[in-house]
Design a protein around this ligand. Sequence first.
Ligand SMILES: Cc1cc2nc3c(=O)[nH]c(=O)nc-3n(C[C@H](O)[C@H](O)[C@H](O)COP(=O)(O)O)c2cc1C
Length: 186
Amino acid sequence: MIKHIGIINGSIREKSYSAAIAKAIRPFFPENMVVTEIQINDLPLFNPDFDKDSQERPESYARFRQDVKKQDAIIFITPEYNRTIPAALKNAIEVGSRPTTDIAFNGKPVLIMTQSSGHISGFGANHHLRQALVFLNAIAMPQPEVYLAEIHNVVTKDGEFLKADTAAFLKSVIHNFLGFATRLVG
Ligand SMILES: Cc1cc2nc3c(=O)[nH]c(=O)nc-3n(C[C@H](O)[C@H](O)[C@H](O)COP(=O)(O)O)c2cc1C
Protein backbone atom coordinates (compact mmCIF):
# COMPACT_ATOMS: atom_id res chain seq x y z
CA MET A 1 0.00 0.00 0.00
CA ILE A 2 1.53 3.32 -0.98
CA LYS A 3 1.93 5.80 1.87
CA HIS A 4 4.75 8.24 1.16
CA ILE A 5 4.35 10.84 -1.58
CA GLY A 6 7.14 13.30 -2.36
CA ILE A 7 6.50 16.63 -4.06
CA ILE A 8 9.31 18.28 -6.02
CA ASN A 9 8.72 21.92 -6.88
CA GLY A 10 10.71 23.10 -9.91
CA SER A 11 10.53 26.71 -8.79
CA ILE A 12 12.91 27.79 -6.04
CA ARG A 13 11.60 31.34 -5.74
CA GLU A 14 9.69 32.47 -2.68
CA LYS A 15 5.91 32.47 -3.00
CA SER A 16 5.92 30.45 -6.19
CA TYR A 17 2.70 29.36 -7.85
CA SER A 18 4.09 25.82 -7.99
CA ALA A 19 4.35 25.86 -4.19
CA ALA A 20 0.83 27.28 -4.03
CA ILE A 21 -0.46 24.32 -6.04
CA ALA A 22 1.44 21.90 -3.81
CA LYS A 23 -0.40 23.44 -0.85
CA ALA A 24 -3.80 23.58 -2.56
CA ILE A 25 -3.80 19.87 -3.47
CA ARG A 26 -2.90 18.65 0.03
CA PRO A 27 -6.54 18.02 1.06
CA PHE A 28 -6.90 15.63 -1.90
CA PHE A 29 -4.68 12.98 -0.27
CA PRO A 30 -6.05 10.44 2.20
CA GLU A 31 -5.28 11.44 5.81
CA ASN A 32 -3.02 8.43 6.40
CA MET A 33 -0.65 9.43 3.61
CA VAL A 34 2.57 11.26 4.34
CA VAL A 35 3.11 14.04 1.80
CA THR A 36 6.59 15.56 1.90
CA GLU A 37 8.04 18.47 -0.05
CA ILE A 38 11.55 17.57 -1.19
CA GLN A 39 13.95 20.51 -1.25
CA ILE A 40 16.11 21.14 -4.31
CA ASN A 41 17.33 24.66 -3.54
CA ASP A 42 20.31 23.53 -1.45
CA LEU A 43 21.85 21.30 -4.14
CA PRO A 44 25.17 22.64 -5.47
CA LEU A 45 25.55 22.57 -9.24
CA PHE A 46 26.04 18.94 -10.24
CA ASN A 47 29.52 17.90 -11.24
CA PRO A 48 30.33 14.24 -12.02
CA ASP A 49 33.63 14.71 -10.18
CA PHE A 50 31.61 14.56 -6.94
CA ASP A 51 31.02 10.88 -7.66
CA LYS A 52 34.70 10.01 -7.59
CA ASP A 53 35.59 8.17 -4.40
CA SER A 54 38.40 10.62 -3.80
CA GLN A 55 36.02 13.61 -3.74
CA GLU A 56 34.03 14.95 -0.85
CA ARG A 57 30.35 14.99 -1.83
CA PRO A 58 27.93 17.75 -0.87
CA GLU A 59 25.86 16.54 2.10
CA SER A 60 22.69 17.76 0.42
CA TYR A 61 23.22 15.23 -2.41
CA ALA A 62 22.87 12.30 0.00
CA ARG A 63 19.92 14.02 1.69
CA PHE A 64 18.13 14.58 -1.64
CA ARG A 65 18.76 11.05 -2.91
CA GLN A 66 17.47 9.59 0.36
CA ASP A 67 14.44 11.89 0.34
CA VAL A 68 13.53 10.63 -3.14
CA LYS A 69 14.23 6.97 -2.40
CA LYS A 70 11.99 7.03 0.70
CA GLN A 71 8.94 7.92 -1.39
CA ASP A 72 6.51 5.46 -2.94
CA ALA A 73 5.67 8.01 -5.64
CA ILE A 74 6.77 11.47 -6.74
CA ILE A 75 4.81 14.48 -7.94
CA PHE A 76 6.63 17.20 -9.89
CA ILE A 77 5.03 20.64 -10.03
CA THR A 78 7.01 23.04 -12.15
CA PRO A 79 6.97 26.19 -14.25
CA GLU A 80 8.63 26.32 -17.65
CA TYR A 81 11.75 28.39 -18.20
CA ASN A 82 12.72 29.17 -21.78
CA ARG A 83 10.61 26.33 -23.15
CA THR A 84 12.15 23.69 -20.89
CA ILE A 85 12.48 22.86 -17.19
CA PRO A 86 14.13 25.34 -14.80
CA ALA A 87 17.87 24.79 -14.26
CA ALA A 88 17.34 24.08 -10.55
CA LEU A 89 15.05 21.18 -11.40
CA LYS A 90 17.40 19.81 -14.08
CA ASN A 91 20.19 20.01 -11.53
CA ALA A 92 18.11 17.95 -9.09
CA ILE A 93 17.45 15.38 -11.83
CA GLU A 94 21.21 15.10 -12.41
CA VAL A 95 21.86 14.65 -8.69
CA GLY A 96 19.12 11.99 -8.50
CA SER A 97 20.53 10.17 -11.53
CA ARG A 98 23.78 9.11 -9.83
CA PRO A 99 25.17 6.66 -8.94
CA THR A 100 23.91 4.78 -12.00
CA THR A 101 23.84 1.56 -9.98
CA ASP A 102 21.39 3.07 -7.48
CA ILE A 103 19.31 5.75 -9.22
CA ALA A 104 17.00 7.43 -6.68
CA PHE A 105 14.13 7.71 -9.18
CA ASN A 106 14.39 4.12 -10.42
CA GLY A 107 10.92 2.55 -10.74
CA LYS A 108 9.09 5.47 -9.09
CA PRO A 109 5.60 6.30 -10.28
CA VAL A 110 5.60 9.98 -11.21
CA LEU A 111 2.97 12.63 -11.82
CA ILE A 112 4.03 15.72 -13.77
CA MET A 113 2.16 19.01 -13.44
CA THR A 114 3.28 22.11 -15.30
CA GLN A 115 1.92 25.61 -15.11
CA SER A 116 2.49 29.03 -16.58
CA SER A 117 1.16 32.54 -16.47
CA GLY A 118 0.42 32.29 -20.21
CA HIS A 119 -1.55 29.80 -22.25
CA ILE A 120 1.03 27.18 -23.26
CA SER A 121 1.00 25.87 -19.67
CA GLY A 122 4.54 24.58 -19.59
CA PHE A 123 4.00 22.02 -22.33
CA GLY A 124 7.69 22.06 -23.27
CA ALA A 125 8.81 21.63 -19.64
CA ASN A 126 6.27 18.84 -19.13
CA HIS A 127 7.59 16.77 -22.01
CA HIS A 128 11.27 17.50 -21.42
CA LEU A 129 10.81 16.27 -17.85
CA ARG A 130 9.11 13.10 -19.14
CA GLN A 131 12.02 12.57 -21.52
CA ALA A 132 14.63 12.83 -18.75
CA LEU A 133 12.65 10.56 -16.42
CA VAL A 134 12.50 7.78 -19.03
CA PHE A 135 16.28 7.56 -18.83
CA LEU A 136 16.07 7.18 -15.03
CA ASN A 137 13.45 4.42 -15.33
CA ALA A 138 10.85 6.53 -13.52
CA ILE A 139 7.33 5.86 -14.76
CA ALA A 140 5.38 9.00 -15.57
CA MET A 141 1.59 8.63 -15.63
CA PRO A 142 0.49 9.01 -19.27
CA GLN A 143 -3.05 10.29 -18.59
CA PRO A 144 -4.48 12.53 -17.36
CA GLU A 145 -1.83 15.08 -18.31
CA VAL A 146 -1.73 18.28 -16.26
CA TYR A 147 -1.10 21.65 -17.93
CA LEU A 148 -2.29 24.66 -15.95
CA ALA A 149 -2.65 27.92 -17.91
CA GLU A 150 -3.03 31.44 -16.47
CA ILE A 151 -1.95 30.12 -13.12
CA HIS A 152 -2.69 33.47 -11.39
CA ASN A 153 -6.38 32.83 -12.16
CA VAL A 154 -6.23 29.24 -10.86
CA VAL A 155 -4.70 29.60 -7.40
CA THR A 156 -3.66 32.36 -4.99
CA LYS A 157 -0.05 32.54 -3.83
CA ASP A 158 -1.34 31.31 -0.45
CA GLY A 159 -2.62 28.11 -2.00
CA GLU A 160 -6.34 28.78 -2.29
CA PHE A 161 -8.06 27.61 -5.46
CA LEU A 162 -9.77 30.36 -7.45
CA LYS A 163 -11.39 27.97 -9.94
CA ALA A 164 -13.68 25.20 -8.71
CA ASP A 165 -13.43 23.27 -11.98
CA THR A 166 -9.61 23.15 -11.83
CA ALA A 167 -9.78 22.10 -8.17
CA ALA A 168 -12.15 19.27 -9.13
CA PHE A 169 -9.90 18.29 -12.04
CA LEU A 170 -6.80 18.13 -9.82
CA LYS A 171 -8.70 16.15 -7.20
CA SER A 172 -9.53 13.57 -9.86
CA VAL A 173 -5.92 13.62 -11.11
CA ILE A 174 -4.62 12.82 -7.61
CA HIS A 175 -7.19 10.04 -7.29
CA ASN A 176 -6.06 8.61 -10.65
CA PHE A 177 -2.40 8.96 -9.76
CA LEU A 178 -2.74 7.15 -6.43
CA GLY A 179 -4.46 4.31 -8.31
CA PHE A 180 -1.70 4.30 -10.95
CA ALA A 181 1.03 4.27 -8.28
CA THR A 182 -0.71 1.51 -6.32
CA ARG A 183 -0.96 -0.66 -9.43
CA LEU A 184 2.76 -0.15 -10.07
CA VAL A 185 4.28 -0.54 -6.63
CA GLY A 186 1.49 -2.14 -4.59
C1 LIG B 1 13.78 32.81 -16.75
C2 LIG B 1 12.31 32.59 -17.03
C3 LIG B 1 11.92 31.99 -18.19
C4 LIG B 1 10.56 31.74 -18.44
N1 LIG B 1 10.22 31.09 -19.59
C5 LIG B 1 8.93 30.73 -19.78
C6 LIG B 1 8.58 29.91 -20.88
O1 LIG B 1 9.40 29.47 -21.66
N2 LIG B 1 7.26 29.57 -21.04
C7 LIG B 1 6.29 30.01 -20.16
O2 LIG B 1 5.12 29.67 -20.35
N3 LIG B 1 6.61 30.79 -19.09
C8 LIG B 1 7.90 31.15 -18.88
N4 LIG B 1 8.25 31.88 -17.78
C9 LIG B 1 7.18 32.30 -16.87
C10 LIG B 1 6.99 31.32 -15.70
O3 LIG B 1 7.04 29.98 -16.10
C11 LIG B 1 5.64 31.58 -15.03
O4 LIG B 1 5.58 32.89 -14.59
C12 LIG B 1 5.37 30.62 -13.88
O5 LIG B 1 4.01 30.74 -13.51
C13 LIG B 1 6.25 30.86 -12.65
O6 LIG B 1 6.08 29.77 -11.76
P1 LIG B 1 6.44 29.87 -10.21
O7 LIG B 1 5.50 30.92 -9.61
O8 LIG B 1 6.16 28.53 -9.64
O9 LIG B 1 7.86 30.30 -10.08
C14 LIG B 1 9.58 32.16 -17.51
C15 LIG B 1 10.00 32.77 -16.31
C16 LIG B 1 11.34 32.99 -16.08
C17 LIG B 1 11.76 33.62 -14.76
